[in-house]
Design a protein around this ligand. Sequence first.
Ligand code: PLP
Length: 382
Amino acid sequence: MSVELMRKAGALSASGFSVINLSAGEPDFDTPEAIKQKAIEALAANHTHYMVGRGNPKLRELIIGQFNNHFGMERCADQVIVTPGAKFALYLALCAILNPGDQVLVPTPSWLSYFPMVQCCGAHPIEVPLSPSNGYRLTVGQLESLMDSRVRVLLLNDPCNPTGRVLDAQERAEVATFSRRHPDVYIVLDEIYSQIVFSPLPQPRFPNCDELEKRLVVISGFSKSHAMTGWRLGHLIAPQAVSDAAYKLFTHTITGVSTFIQEAATVADAPSVRAELNQHLERYKNRRASMMQFLSSVPFLDALPSEGTFYIWVRLKRSDQTAKTFCAECLEQTGVMLFPGHAYGTGCEQYIRFSLALAEGKMAEAFGRLSACWLRGESYVR
Ligand code: PLP
């Protein structure tokens, strides 16, 4: 959310209007009960000392077991590093791979931190602007057209923030082809939203691609799937050489994630936790249906049906305004905060990222205010 919009929202609240955030980047749900309970028990049992190494062994076993199932690989727990959030896992992986002057291919629209993170490593992000005209599909032709001997990483986000797209079978095959042709390029795959999908992701993710074993780095974590954004818990899984290089940096900077937090996450796959996560997913599905219905009633908006994440990517079909001014005006008139998409990449100036991470009652209230304003010209804020 831009600083300017935050300031406007703060001023509105101060004058007594209730502001509704329809653009949240984190689940509105609470962390599953069993995880909270396990953290309390871990504290009571004094799991409060240093945990030296790559992370809690039981947690790493859980992570690598799931990874091997999802990717059809046989990696070991020593290839996992448990990090404070997926964001740091990604930074660590990029630091381990990149040298100053290297290049990273980043398909856009993409998450806002990718470009600055690559730059922090002294490398150059190269935008691969995907086109809305073919539903933002990634093609090997487009990747090849930007290839250069300095490219060391292809950075993918699946499902994608902000478009909500999931790679289809053709795109997975094209990534595999690209990887076969370019053995010096690592595929860094950010899967932070992989458990928030409306149809299951394929297993293995990249069929018939043994080469990826040597080149695939996967970033993920518990923030979005388990509503644990504030706990800061993520991980990377990398080929041994990359994992070892990342571990050197990790051990001399972070040392390790809080011991009791790692202990708490060892129950992340317990049946009661799974049951809560399934309920969250059902609610996201229902919210997505109501949001798509609402958006289809607004003639100047065009929504891309999302396949995963809790975002909906929407085009503003108006030539008199950019999404940025539209969102500012919307906040002033309705008290509803929307997130303009200009920062997600070239050509995103007319896009808005809506979020499903809002309780149903609040969401209905937001739709009511927006309909009143956009369809009947009535303002909530007077
Ligand atoms: N990757 C993507 C695509 C995200 O959208 C986010 C958070 O918004 C992250 C990574 C960061 O996750 P974490 O909070 O675990 O650091």
